[in-house]
Design a protein around this ligand. Structure first.
Ligand code: SF4
Length: 378
C-alpha cells in the first residue's frame, strides 16, 4: 500500500517587530542570526529526510510560515526550497505557500519566488483600516497590502490569500465590513478571517489589564463572523472551515491536512509535526535548536504517541472545524470512547451540531462556538 502524501511546514522564526497581540515563538530579525538559522534549517531538512517514516513519501504541500518568512532574502527562501526538492519528492501539483508581510516583499522578490515554484502567496493584511493596524502595533499600512497584492498579481501569482482579523480594539462592525469590502476589491482567491484572541504575556493583554485597550466583545465578534459569512459568501467565497473562505478550487491544501488528520512534518524552531500516529515538536529556542543540529540530532523536544482512540478524538475535534463535518460513525465512536453521550445529546438538542445520517457538522450557531464545542468533546 502506498503511503498518502504529506505536508511540510517550515517555520521562519523572525519578524521585524512583534505585533501587540502576537504570542508566536519568534525573535526580532537580525541578518547574522537569520543566516546561521538558515544553515541549520538546511541541515534539519537533510537529517529529517533520512527518517524511515518519511523516506520516499510524496509531498503534496510545502508551507513557509512564521514569523515572517519574507524577512529572509528571497535567495535564502529559494535555497531552502531547493534543499527541500533535493531531499523530498514533491508531487507535480505540489502547493507551495509563502506567508508574507505586505511591506517585506518587492516585485522582483515575488517574481523570483514564482519562478522558483511557489504557487501561493499569503499576505498578513490583518485590517484594511490604518487606525486598526496602529491600535494593534502592527507595522505597515493598508497601502502596503494594496501594493503587495497588485505586485503579486503582476508577477503572475493567481492564488493569493489575505489574512484578516476581527474584534480588534476600537474596530466597529462597519469598520470590519469596510475591511472585507476593500479586501474583495483586491480579488484574493482565499481569505482567512480570525477572531482576535488575547494571549497571555502579550502587550495587548497588558494593555487590556491596564485599561489602555478594550477587551474583545464576544457579542460583536459573533456579529462580525456572521457579516464575514454573508459578505464573502455573496462574493463567491465559500466558507470551508471555521475561519477560512475560498473561491472554488482554491482551498488551502496544506491547512486541509490539519483538519483531515493528514500527516505533516514541521521544520524550524517550534515547528510541530504529526507522523505515524505521533505528535512531536521542535524546541522553541533558536540556540537550543542549533546546538542540537550541530550534534547531528533532530531538535525534537516533545513526542506523544497517540492511541487509536486519541487519533480518532483528534480527527473528530479538528474535522468538526470543516463545514463539511465528519462521518457520523466517527463522531459516535468518539462519543462512545469518551462517554460523551450526554454531551452529544445536549449539542444536538441545542442545535449546535447537525446530523444527517452520513455526516455530523457544526450548525451555523455551532460555528460561532467552535472552540467551546471542541473543548466539550475533547
Ligand atoms: S508579523 Fe505575524 S508572526 Fe510576526 S509578530 Fe506580527 S503577528 Fe506575530
Amino acid at each position: 500500500m502506498t503511503s498518502p502524501p504529506l505536508g511540510l511546514y517550515i517555520h521562519i522564526p523572525f519578524c521585524r517587530q512583534r505585533c501587540d497581540f502576537c504570542a508566536f515563538y519568534l525573535e526580532i530579525y537580525r541578518e547574522h542570526r537569520a543566516k546561521t538559522l538558515v544553515r541549520f534549517l538546511m541541515h534539519e531538512i537533510r537529517l529529517s529526510a533520512q527518517q524511515h517514516v518519511i523516506a520516499n513519501r510524496p509531498v503534496q504541500s510545502v508551507y513557509f510560515g512564521g514569523g515572517t518568512p519574507t524577512v529572509l532574502a528571497t535567495t535564502q527562501l529559494i535555497a531552502i526550497l531547493s534543499e527541500v526538492r533535493t531531499h523530498f519528492t514533491l508531487t507535480s501539483d505540489c502547493e507551495i505557500t509563502v506567508e508574507a508581510h505586505p511591506s517585506t516583499i518587492s516585485s522582483q522578490g515575488l517574481t523570483q519566488l514564482l519562478q522558483a515554484g511557489v504557487t501561493r502567496i499569503s499576505f498578513g493584511a490583518e485590517s484594511m483600516e490604518d487606525g486598526d493596524l496602529a491600535r494593534i502595533g502592527r507595522p505597515g499600512a493598508v497601502s502596503d497590502t494594496v501594493t503587495a497584492v497588485t505586485r503579486a498579481r503582476a508577477a503572475g501569482f493567481t492564488n493569493i490569500n489575505l489574512d484578516v482579523m476581527y474584534g480588534l480594539p476600537g474596530q466597529s462592525l462597519e469598520g470590519w465590513q469596510r475591511t472585507l469590502a476593500h479586501c474583495l476589491v483586491l480579488e484574493p482567491t482565499h481569505l482567512s478571517c480570525y477572531a482576535l484572541t488575547v494571549e497571555q504575556d502579550t502587550k495587548l493583554a497588558s494593555n487590556i489589564q491596564r485599561q489602555r485597550s478594550p477587551a474583545p466583545d464576544e457579542g460583536l465578534q459573533i456579529e462580525m463572523d456572521e457579516a464575514a459569512q454573508r459578505i464573502l459568501g455573496d462574493a463567491g467565497h465559500q466558507r470551508y472551515e471555521v475561519s477560512n473562505y475560498a473561491k472554488l478550487g482554491y482551498v488551502c491544501r496544506h491547512n486541509l491536512l490539519y483538519w483531515t488528520n493528514g500527516e505533516y512534518l514541521g521544520l524550524g524552531p517550534s515547528a510541530q509535526s504529526y507522523l505515524g500516529g505521533t505528535r512531536f515538536g521542535n524546541v522553541a529556542d533558536i540556540a537550543a535548536y542549533e546546538t542540537s543540529l550541530a550534534a547531528n540530532q533532530l531538535p525534537i523536544e516533545d513526542r506523544i504517541r497517540l492511541s487509536k482512540v486519541e487519533q480518532l478524538r483528534d480527527a473528530v475535534i479538528f474535522g468538526l472545524r470543516l463545514i463539511q463535518g465528519i462521518p457520523t460513525r466517527h463522531f459516535h465512536q468518539h462519543a462512545a470512547n469518551y462517554g460523551y453521550a450526554a454531551v452529544t445529546e445536549e449539542l444536538l438538542a441545542q442545535q449546535l451540531i447537525e446530523e444527517d445520517g452520513e455526516r455530523v457538522r457544526l450548525s451555523a450557531r455551532g460555528l460561532l462556538q467552535a472552540d467551546t464545542i471542541a473543548g466539550q468533546l475533547y
